[in-house]
Design a protein around this ligand. Structure first.
Ligand code: G6P
Length: 479
């Protein structure tokens, strides 16, 4: 944290994202403030808490709207205010076309290889441009008294913001971080506005992706679609006098936030199992937004196959799946939610007896305080994404294991697999390999488990979210 402050000097940090870190929702007569699910907020909230600044985001949870001041700025988190949240309010129509439409029916499936066909509608694109302008204007207003402000733009919802800012404030130092994969040029070229998006992004001085592979794809895409000068050695692009450097910055978690010591793990395990109302000896855990990219169905089918193949674990192994409903106004998300429930139900029906249930599906919003105890007592954690920029659940699980036990089963298609080589790596399309990985995890000897966990823990302890921020800001200010 100190290093971030040193890099910042006397500068304030300005961060823009679609998703807000604290949502105000109505619960009966009361207004409740919740932290939404998703990697972006998990990663960046600790950073903003550590260095203050202004976070500009879509005010999706607007239950408190009538009671905030005219500028719509509040200090968060409510229990210990440490930075400013400025909300951009969107109309239903804007949200429908910019967020659900262009961002999540277009760019999201375009960038993830899951064979969900992206949909690009002209009216969504028009709204996407307008909303990007709205975000840029909100920022421009905030930085009017700042010299060479440092601006961190987040993710695929705001691809046009860097250029919109740069045109008005050439002195601003702008980084754009893309939290999801970047596809190859053939795939990106499906988007009818591929060029416009690239041009918008290239207003940034620095563009970050999680891994080198996405950086390579990005440069190939620019090479294919735009007139520009590319320096392949330094990974930079020059277009109309503006130079943009492209670099990998693998995102991470705040290690310390997960590392409370549990005195009696065995007792906690018994307590949690009892609270679930089930009987089990071994526990697996999964934590996801319910999204078709996460491979939740494949995970469940892997559990089914595991129990068929290794029946000695029937009655003993239960998998606890936390699933927060996500983007539910999109058909594919409603379908995956139904499918996940249906498959869990079918598998439970097949193997359950007395109090035994192989899959406990906890659908709904779950705060970290409810999830972390499960990370701590689980025998294994499963991340089976079909494609994922990074995946922070994998890193949260490791950070939580101060006992150096537990096994991580990790998809080879999650960015995290490039770093966490000591996980049990699987191909989620290969159900048999998931079944065998569960078996291997549950029968692995303690020494090997500890050896693997120790290595992954020391990696994440060092490469934590503060280090990510420091590296990103240091690269930006030195450009
Ligand atoms: C991914 C995206 C984030 C997004 C998160 C949750 O991690 O990269 O930008 O915030 O999913 O999705 P949501 O649509 O709920 O913001």
């Amino acid at each position: 944290k100190e290093f971030i402050r040193i890099e910042l000097g006397d500068k304030k940090l300005f961060l823009l994202s679609n998703r807000e870190p604290y949502m105000h929702i109505k619960e009966g007569e009361n207004i409740k403030c919740v932290v939404p699910a998703g990697g972006l907020v998990t990663a960046l909230d600790p950073v903003m808490k550590a260095c203050d600044g202004v976070w500009i985001a879509h005010g999706a949870g607007d239950a408190d709207r009538e009671v905030v001041d005219r500028e719509d700025k509040i200090r968060v988190p409510p229990e210990k205010p440490s930075y400013t949240l400025k909300r951009v309010w969107l109309t239903k129509e804007e949200e429908k076309k910019y967020y659900y439409g262009f961002s999540n029916e277009g760019l999201w499936p375009l960038c993830h290889i899951t064979y969900v066909r992206p949909v690009f509608r002209k009216e969504d694109w028009i709204e996407y441009q307008r909303v990007n302008e709205k975000f840029a204007n909100a920022l421009l207003d905030e930085i009017k008294d700042e010299d060479s402000p440092l601006v961190l733009v987040q993710d695929y919802h705001l691809a046009l913001v860097p250029l919109l800012i740069k045109q008005k404030r050439p002195d601003a130092k702008i980084a754009l971080f893309w939290h999801i994969p970047w596809p190859n040029p053939e795939v990106f070229g499906i988007c009818p506005w591929a060029r416009e998006i690239l041009i918008g992004m290239l207003g940034a001085d620095l563009i970050g992706f999680h891994i080198q592979f996405y950086c390579n794809n990005f440069l190939d895409t620019v090479d294919r679609f735009l007139e520009s000068k590319i320096d392949w050695e330094h990974f930079s692009i020059e277009r109309r006098g503006q130079i943009t450097t492209v670099k990998p910055f693998p995102i991470s978690v705040s290690f310390e936030d997960f590392s409370d010591n549990v005195e009696n793990k065995a007792k906690l395990k018994v307590k949690l199992i009892k609270e679930l109302g089930i009987k089990a000896e071994y526990i697996g855990v999964g934590v996801d937004r319910i999204d078709y990219t996460k491979g939740i169905l494949e995970r469940f089918l892997g559990i089914e196959r595991f129990l068929e193949k290794y029946p000695q674990f029937i009655g003993k192994f239960s998998f606890v799946q936390f699933g927060s409903p996500s983007r539910t106004h999109i058909k594919q998300y409603r379908e995956i939610m139904d499918a996940v429930e249906e498959v869990a139900d079918r598998i439970n029906w097949k193997f359950q007896s007395n109090n035994y249930k192989p899959i406990v599906f906890l659908k709904g919003y779950h705060p970290h305080s409810k999830i972390i105890p499960f990370y701590k007592i689980a025998d294994l954690c499963m991340v089976t994404s079909l494609h994922d920029g990074m995946n922070l659940v994998a890193k949260e699980f490791i950070a939580s294991r101060e006992d150096e036990s537990g096994v991580l089963i990790l998809s080879q298609f999650a960015g995290a697999s490039r770093e966490l080589k000591d996980a049990v790596i699987i191909n989620p399309y290969d159900i048999e390999s998931i079944a065998d990985a569960i078996y291997d995890a549950l029968t692995m000897d303690e020494d090997e488990k500890m050896e693997r966990m120790r290595k992954m823990r020391s990696f994440i302890q060092e490469r934590n979210i503060y280090r990510w921020t420091r590296d990103l800001i240091a690269s930006l200010v030195r450009l």
